[in-house]
Every structure is written in structure tokens, then in C-alpha cells.
Design a protein around this ligand. Structure first.
Ligand SMILES: CC(C)(COP(=O)(O)OP(=O)(O)OC[C@H]1O[C@@H](n2cnc3c(N)ncnc32)[C@H](O)[C@@H]1OP(=O)(O)O)[C@@H](O)C(=O)NCCC(=O)NCCS
Length: 189
């Protein structure tokens, strides 16, 4: 397990806030665009840590909204899932494709004498910096930073930090290109 994760336990207050949040957000979660997008925004805005201008498409799920920060000019496409107990920070001008998972927590599993679900949880912050484009079906795991202006290809699983201006693809996601070196320079050849 990564060493930048911290033990995490949910409290009665977490359960209470989620009961209220899920009940209200559940009423607007599946409403069609564009009116549904504005209603989802309105509800989520009351529960998140901080949120600028964000378009939230149908079926988008958020857990631990009070640990989620989102900047300006961001779109969260259909059927995405953000689990934010470790903290999730999304910068400005970020595009997030449909059916993604951003998962900032994990089960502990070091012991073999008791079931995994009895071993507690750990969580680590996920940061998605300005100008990033996340393709559809991508999964981003806890404790990871995706550097500004990078692209994560469709279906990738991000397990480690991605440097700025990268293109990364695959499971686990590996950097295949630097957008400045490999694309800008190619254009000027
Ligand atoms: C990653 C992406 C942007 C293309 O990047 P690129 O590096 O410029 O693409 P290229 O076509 O030059 O491909 C380079 C290599 O990466 C591979 N590759 C491209 N996308 C890949 C992906 N998602 N997963 C695995 N491999 C991928 C290509 O097959 C190619 O491999 P090769 O060198 O062995 O032939 C694009 O493939 C992608 O995944 N876009 C996301 C689309 C999407 O999800 N849209 C909806 C959400 S808004």
C-alpha cells in the first residue's frame, strides 16, 4: 500500500450528513440536462468544501462532498463517481469524461487472520491540476496528483503521479508523450 495514505474512520456525523445529502441530491441526480445539470450544481454547492462554475451531468455520484474542492469551468460527465474522504481537489478548466472513478480511499489488507472489511480504511488526497482532460472510464486511485494540462487516455487506471503536460494511457497508466516535446515540436518539424 502507498505510504502517503492515512488511516480513516467514518463517524456518526458522516453518516448523518450523507443521509441528508443523498436524500436531497438523489432527487436531482438523474434529471435530464440541461436543467438537471443546474439543479445538481445547486444541491452539490451546499455540501462541497468549495466549487466554482461546474457542469454536472446526469447520474454523477459524490461521496464525502465536504472534502471536495472544484475550480472554475469544469465539466463532470455522466455516471462519474467521486469518493472524497481523503480529499479531492480539481483545478480550473478541467474536463472529466463519462463513467470515471476518483477513489481517494482504500481498504487496509495487511492482516490475513481477519476479513478485509474488519481492517479499517486508509485515504489519501487526489489532486487534478488545471487544464487536465480525463478520458472516459478512467479510474484514479488514492494519493495521486495529475499535473496540469495532462491527458489521461480512455480506460486508464492512474496509480501514480503524472507529470505536467503528459499524455498517459493504460492500466497502470504510463506516460507515453510529453505534449510540449512530442506534439509541439513535431508540429514545427
Ligand atoms: C490518449 C488519447 C488522447 C490519444 O493520445 P495520443 O498519444 O496523441 O494518441 P496516438 O493515437 O498517437 O496513440 C499513441 C499510442 O497510444 C495508444 N493509445 C492511445 N489511446 C490509448 C488508450 N486510451 N489506452 C491505451 N492505449 C492508448 C495507441 O494505440 C498508440 O499505441 P502504439 O504507439 O503502440 O501504436 C486518446 O487515445 C484517448 O484515449 N482519448 C480519450 C477519448 C475520450 O475518452 N473521450 C471522451 C471523454 S471527453
Amino acid at each position: 500500500m502507498k505510504n502517503n495514505l492515512k488511516p480513516f474512520k467514518y463517524t456518526f456525523l458522516d453518516i448523518l450528513i450523507h443521509a441528508i445529502f443523498f436524500t436531497i441530491y438523489g432527487m436531482v441526480k438523474y434529471l435530464p440536462s440541461p436543467i438537471g445539470d443546474w439543479m445538481r450544481y445547486g444541491v452539490l454547492k451546499c455540501f462541497v468544501k468549495k466549487m466554482g462554475s461546474v457542469r454536472i451531468y446526469e447520474g454523477f455520484t459524490v461521496r464525502y462532498p465536504y472534502s471536495l474542492t472544484i475550480g472554475n469551468n469544469v465539466s463532470l460527465n455522466e455516471w462519474g463517481y467521486i469518493d472524497a474522504p481523503g480529499g479531492v481537489e480539481i483545478g480550473d478548466k478541467v474536463r472529466i469524461g463519462h463513467s470515471i472513478s476518483i477513489i481517494s480511499s482504500t481498504h487496509n489488507y495487511s492482516r490475513t487472520d481477519i476479513p478485509i472489511y474488519e481492517q479499517g480504511l486508509s485515504a489519501g488526497k487526489i489532486t487534478i491540476e488545471d487544464g487536465v482532460w480525463i478520458g472516459c472510464n478512467v479510474t484514479i486511485l488514492s494519493g495521486v496528483t495529475i499535473g496540469s494540462n495532462s491527458i489521461i487516455g480512455a480506460n486508464s487506471v492512474v496509480t501514480k503521479d503524472i507529470p505536467t503536460y503528459s499524455i498517459a494511457v493504460g492500466s497502470p497508466a504510463r506516460v507515453t508523450k510529453n505534449r510540449i516535446v512530442d506534439i509541439q515540436e513535431k508540429k514545427s518539424d
